[in-house]
Design a protein around this ligand. Structure first.
Ligand code: UDP
Ligand code: MG
Length: 457
């Protein structure tokens, strides 16, 4: 666990750095600036060496990662200094307590920066995707031409602006696939209306009347993208089911490749975005950090894969066995197993309408991904507890030393009240995270139906 190792390295650093500072100040009679310079330099060198070789097991590129590490530390140190100074001057805290408080932003920024910037930035993702690509290559089987009975499912939430164009493109695609002898003539499309408030369902009804291959599933209310997808996956007929968004962001021509790979023997074919230039910088950046975070927490997901994928009947039946209410399909489907392959495509702009994933929904989806598949947040509590105990121990030793060896022991409120606040905060945080899991257990044990189909056509 990189975080735990990082914390241990951090504790070792701090211990070495702080003892050097105190040693330099009290025994060598250096002023605080020089003592700090020596202490921090030693800490930095030790931290770099340990983090590089042990925490992140990063090989090669010593100088460039050292420069990046220094940059990270500069930012972390600036945050540390700002905390120390403001604690000291604005809140009149004792300089030693202020120093101890400064360790917190220093550690947080230091870890994030080291993990995602200074050392082997590609590591987490490469490990995940390398492994997947290898499996895909390993599983390559000769193509056997045969017609597949396919269903394409599209969740729709207030998508009246795109439905006509999507239907036109899907009709062209299916026609071509039938002509090419890749899919059976009775292959079909399901629109799943996720409780839309606009005319989406009326449009689906009229499209189903004019096009034989169009079917509709209407959920009784808005249950969210993932539940709508699941409703489609578990309801649609056909030997292979392809899920894709209704807004034409995902290149429909990848469907042909998916079907070819399915015919070649793969049970699951993941659509992977090649370029995300059409997404905002913010969305690309947060997605990247998020994928890394997930893979570093041991959650198996496919990098840059959204919910554009083909699944065989066998894989769907396996998915049916997963009864969880907190749905994060991207995390569940790799757990099903079976052979799989990747298809790369470019992601386009949304054809019309606006994204149904505002920041709030995106954040809750991201949180779902973490808490549904990883118990790391729970384990961090232990590390946090260890770190806090270590700091408290150091402060206690220091307080006793001040009391025994100096005349400066002024009984102030800071040393009494601060630890109470500090520990109170940590405890609340821990309780919050535990509550998060408790809430999950609660909703899972209720076993409520995940969707309700109102009618089918
Ligand atoms: N969607 C849904 N229910 C929701 C939100 C979205 O069925 O509560 C559908 C939406 O109609 C679209 C797909 O999920 O077909 C992806 O949504 P969107 O394109 O808004 O997400 P983005 O591409 O911006 O991440
Ligand atoms: Mg979209």
């Amino acid at each position: 666990m990189p975080l735990i190792r990082f914390l241990i390295v951090g504790a070792a650093n701090t211990l070495v750095g702080l003892s050097t500072i105190y040693f330099a100040m009290y025994f060598l009679q250096l002023d605080i600036v020089h003592a700090n310079a020596i202490g921090y330099s030693l800490g930095i060198l030790l931290g770099f060496a340990l983090n590089k070789t042990w925490t992140f097991s990063c090989r090669g590129a010593v100088i460039s990662s050292f420069i990046r590490y220094l940059l990270v530390l500069a930012v972390a140190y600036a945050a540390n200094l700002a905390t120390v100074l403001s604690a000291n001057s604005h809140f009149n805290l004792n300089p030693y307590i202020a120093q101890a408080l400064g360790i917190i932003p220093y550690t947080v920024i230091g870890f994030m920066g080291s993990r995602y910037f200074a050392f082997c930035t590609q590591r987490g993702i490469d490990m995940a995707t390398d492994h997947l690509c290898e499996t895909a290559k390993f599983n390559e089987k000769p193509m056997i031409p045969r017609m597949i009975d396919v269903s394409i499912i599209l969740p729709c939430y207030n998508e009246e602006a795109v439905l006509l164009e999507t239907t036109r493109q899907l009709a062209d695609l299916l026609k071509q696939l039938i002509i090419d002898g890749k899919v059976t003539p009775n292959s079909r499309v399901y629109y799943i209306d996720d409780g839309s408030r606009d005319r989406t369902w009326e449009m689906i009804e009229s499209l189903a009347e004019t096009h034989e291959f169009i079917h509709g599933i209407k959920l009784s209310r808005n249950r969210g993208h993932q539940n709508a997808l699941l409703a489609g996956l578990l309801t649609a007929e056909g030997e292979a089911i392809i899920s894709v968004d209704a807004d034409l962001q995902d290149d429909l021509s990848a469907i042909k490749k998916m079907i070819e790979l399915y015919a070649a023997g793969y049970d699951i074919v993941y659509g992977v975005r090649d370029a995300r230039m059409t997404d905002t910088f913010f969305k690309r950046f947060t997605a990247k950090v998020y994928y890394r975070l997930l893979s570093s927490m041991g959650v198996e997901i496919i990098y840059n894969h959204a919910d554009y994928r083909l699944m065989s009947r066998q894989a769907i039946e396996a998915l049916r066995e997963f009864g969880e209410v907190n749905l994060f399909l991207r995390g569940i489907i790799p757990q099903i197993g079976f052979s799989y392959a990747l298809v790369y495509y470019d992601r386009a702009e949304r054809y019309a309408g606006e994204s149904k994933y505002p920041l709030k929904k995106m954040l809750s989806f991201a949180w779902q991904g973490i808490t549904s598949f990883s118990d790391l947040p729970l384990r961090i509590i232990t590390s946090l507890g260890l770190l806090v105990s270590l700091i408290s121990f150091l402060v206690t030793v220091w307080a006793i030393a001040i009391r025994l060896f100096t005349q400066d022991a002024i009984p102030g409120w800071a040393s009494t009240v601060l630890p109470i606040y500090f520990l109170g905060g940590i405890q609340l945080l821990c309780l919050g995270i535990m509550g998060e899991y408790l809430a999950k257990i609660y909703s899972e044990t209720k076993r409520r139906p995940r969707y309700t189909i109102e009618k089918m056509i």
